[in-house]
Design a protein around this ligand. Structure first.
Ligand SMILES: Cc1cc2nc3c(=O)[nH]c(=O)nc-3n(C[C@H](O)[C@H](O)[C@H](O)COP(=O)(O)O)c2cc1C
Length: 210
C-alpha cells in the first residue's frame, strides 16, 4: 500500500478493542516521533508511554471519558517543557557537539542568540512555543501508526492540569500538550469506521502562486 492509501485508511478511531500492539511496531511509531523536526532542534518535550491500565483508568475521566483512553494498547502523552531554560538549551547544543564531534562558530553563535532570548521570556510564552513542537512528533507518530496498520486517535479533549497531576509532570518541568492512544479499532462499536472521510478540496486548501 502506498503511504497515501494508508493515510486514507487511518481515521480517528472512536472505539478500540484492547488488543496489544506488538512492541516492535510501537517502537517504530515512537522512533518516528523522535525523528520529528523541532524549532532549533531543541525537542522541547518528552513522551510518556502509558501501558499501566490503572493509570489509563485515572486519565479517562479527565479526558471527556473517551473510551479509547482505556481501550487502547498504549497511551502516548506528549508533554512539553514548561519553559526554555539556559540548562535545557545548553543540553541540546552540547549533545549536538558531542554527537557530531566538533564545535562550529556559527552554531555557537546561534546558541548564544537563543540563550539571550528564550530564558528571559515569560514562562507561559515559552510554554506556548514549546507546546507546538510535540504536535509535529505527534503527527509523525500518527502517520507511522497508519504505516504499521495500527490505529491512533489524536486527543486534545482532556484537562491538561489534571493529567499533569496524575503523571506528576509539573514537578518535572513538563506540561501535557496532547494525547495519542495507540491500538486497534473496534469496528463493531465504532460509529465512525464506515463513514466517508471528509476533507476540503485541494482547490479550497491550496493557493499556488506561479
Ligand atoms: C489536535 C487534535 C485533537 C483532536 N482531539 C480529538 C479528541 O479529543 N477526540 C476525538 O475523538 N477526536 C479528536 N481529534 C480527531 C479529529 O476530530 C479528526 O482527526 C478529524 O475530524 C478528521 O477525521 P479523521 O482523523 O478521522 O480523518 C483530534 C484531532 C487532532 C488533530
Amino acid at each position: 500500500m502506498e503511504l497515501l492509501d494508508k493515510l486514507k485508511w487511518r481515521y480517528a478511531a472512536k472505539a478500540m478493542n484492547g488488543k496489544k500492539v506488538p512492541q516492535e511496531k510501537l517502537d517504530r511509531i515512537i522512533e518516528a516521533a523522535r525523528l520529528a523536526p523541532t524549532s532549533s532542534g531543541l525537542q522541547p518535550f518528552e513522551i510518556y508511554v502509558i501501558k499501566n491500565q490503572e493509570v489509563k483508568e485515572k486519565i479517562r475521566p479527565v479526558a471527556w471519558n473517551q473510551s479509547v483512553i482505556t481501550d487502547c494498547s498504549d497511551l502516548l502523552v506528549f508533554a512539553a517543557w514548561d519553559t526554555y531554560t539556559a540548562e535545557r538549551i545548553n543540553y541540546m547544543f552540547d549533545l549536538t557537539n558531542k554527537i557530531r564531534g566538533f564545535e562550529n562558530e556559527g552554531w555557537e553563535n546561534y546558541r548564544q542568540m537563543l540563550l539571550s532570548s528564550y530564558p528571559q521570556k515569560d514562562a507561559e510564552e515559552n510554554f506556548n512555543h514549546a507546546a507546538k513542537q510535540p504536535y509535529i512528533a505527534f503527527s509523525q507518530a500518527i502517520t507511522a501508526a497508519a504505516f504499521e496498520g495500527v490505529d491512533a486517535t489524536p486527543i486534545e479533549g482532556f484537562d491538561p492540569a489534571a493529567v499533569d497531576e496524575i503523571l506528576g509532570l509539573r514537578e518535572k518541568g513538563l506540561r501535557s500538550a496532547v494525547l495519542l492512544p495507540i491500538g486497534y479499532r473496534d469496528e463493531s462499536n465504532d460509529w465512525l469506521v464506515n463513514l466517508v472521510k471528509v476533507r476540503k478540496s485541494t482547490e479550497d486548501l491550496v493557493t499556488v502562486i506561479e
